[in-house]
Design a protein around this ligand. Structure first.
Ligand code: SAM
Ligand code: SF4
Length: 349
């Protein structure tokens, strides 16, 4: 591989999170997605060029996200078109894409769609679910009432089945569950969610409510610290620490009774900027080098009228080399000077 750029804190690039749309079929109040797509969404060839270029700069894992990525009609076509990057020789100087993952709310994950995603070459799926009863799901997904929440819950439970049957094996980490926990929204769902995940053999990833965007009314009192989540679940099923993988987002715990793994993403109370290797690109081609950054770099000038790989590589490389973000760690230091960050649905989590 060509020399991998390091940012100003010596961090390499490793993961690309590509948002395919900022729209969603749910309206989780902690996220608040767009109702309409941006006018000039990237095309499939433009997205391919971006992935290929970032792979040349060190990206080994691609996460497709949104908004809701299953709303994107070309999702399977994009995954299929990326496969040549997977099949490269491990020593190919142009880099190799090792993994393609998807984060989805699961509502549109039919049995057929799960099979199509698998056939296209998707490796892993993380499904999001914030409660185990209709009222909780409705509250956290911005739905009208318990009946609507119950219907979404049924769809997500079916999506878990469909993904598993299509070959996304939770025992190999290919199927996981995400849940955002807020203090007054769904803290009472911690144990039911953990029980569901244990029973289904899924790793549950509990996410602290983050101050991303301007729309979600974030307040520190609403954050349930990861340590409290772990203590609550550990009191029911004792846990032992596994630690956080290098460049990972989640601290992991193992159930002592053999019930699998639990993970917590403590972006607010225990930030992990020190080895962050993630670049985010919005559905309309704006690159953000931090989830909490206020401004990004519009890459369309290097993609249109057609992608020019050498110039695109130069632009992305200089963006990464100039990266100094450690917003989550600086949160406490400079809360009052911090510019408003971009919306979660643009950056995809
Ligand atoms: N729609 C898909 C989903 O919900 O999985 C993918 C996009 S969503 C933005 C990606 C992840 O970000 C989800 O697991 C979601 O729960 C999480 N998320 C959204 N807003 C958040 C916030 N303010 N704080 C913490 N996590 C958030
Ligand atoms: Fe949609 Fe995911 Fe945002 Fe919820 S978190 S509104 S499911 S994009």
């Amino acid at each position: 591989m060509a020399e991998r750029p390091l940012d100003l804190h010596g961090r390499p690039l490793g993961v690309l999170r590509l948002s395919l749309t900022a729209r969603c079929n749910l309206a989780c109040p902690y996220c608040c997605p767009d109702v309409e797509d941006a006018p000039d969404l990237l095309t499939l060839p433009e997205r391919l060029a971006l992935v290929e270029t970032t792979v040349g700069l060190g990206v080994h894992t691609l996460r497709l996200t949104g908004g809701e990525p299953l709303l994107h009609r070309q999702l399977e076509a994009l995954i299929a078109a990326l496969q040549p990057l997977r099949r490269r020789d491990p020593n190919d100087p142009r880099g190799v894409l090792r993994e393609i993952a998807l984060t989805s709310n699961g509502v549109l994950l039919s049995a057929e769609r799960a099979r199509q995603l698998k056939a296209a070459g998707l490796d892993r799926i993380t499904l999001s679910l914030d409660g185990t009863d209709g009222a909780s799901v409705a509250r956290m997904a911005g739905l009208g009432g318990a009946a609507a929440g119950g219907a979404v819950l049924e769809k997500v439970l079916a999506a878990i089945r469909h993904a598993r049957e299509a070959g996304f094996d939770p025992a190999r980490g290919a199927l996981k569950l995400n849940a955002v926990i807020t203090r007054t929204g769904n803290a009472d769902q911690l144990l039911p969610l953990a029980a569901l995940a244990r029973q289904q053999g899924l790793e549950l990833r509990l996410i602290e409510f983050m101050d991303v965007g301007n729309r979600n009314g974030w307040a520190p009192e609403q954050v349930l610290p990861a340590a409290e989540m772990v203590a609550g679940i550990g009191a029911a099923w004792p846990l032992e620490p596994v630690g956080r993988a290098p460049h990972g987002t989640a601290g992991r715990w193992r159930y002592q009774d053999g019930g699998g793994l639990l993970a917590v993403v403590a972006s607010i109370t225990a930030p992990f900027c020190g080895d962050c290797n993630r670049l985010r690109i919005t559905a309309d081609g704006v690159a953000y080098s931090c989830l909490f950054a206020a401004t990004g770099t519009d890459l369309k000038p290097w993609l249109r009228p057609r992608p020019e790989s050498a110039r695109l590589q130069e632009a992305l490389e200089s963006l990464w080399r100039a990266r100094r973000d450690r917003w989550s760690e600086e949160r406490q230091e400079a809360a009052d000077q911090r510019p408003a960050p971009a919306e979660m649905a643009y950056l995809g989590g």
